[in-house]
Design a protein around this ligand. Structure first.
Ligand SMILES: [Zn+2]
Length: 68
């Protein structure tokens, strides 16, 4: 357990994945929880990772299979 919460303001669930914006490629990458917080990345719980949507024109790449 990492103890890191979801980065959504109204959510206190435990983060299970990290979402990173790669501005150079207009790509949003959802991957396993990173070891440390990084710029342009957000920790998300399973609910918010599932609901994730990228800005228009951006590609979303998922590297994790979310538990159902
Ligand atoms: Zn959340």
């Amino acid at each position: 357990m990492t103890g890191r919460p979801c980065s959504r303001a109204t959510c206190n669930a435990e983060a299970i994945s990290t979402f990173t914006f790669v501005y150079a490629d207009s790509m949003a990458v959802l991957g396993p929880l990173s070891q440390k917080a990084e710029p342009h990345s957000y920790d998300l719980c399973s609910v918010h990772a599932e609901r994730l949507s990228a800005p228009q024109g951006w590609q979303v790449v998922r590297h994790v299979v979310l538990p159902s």
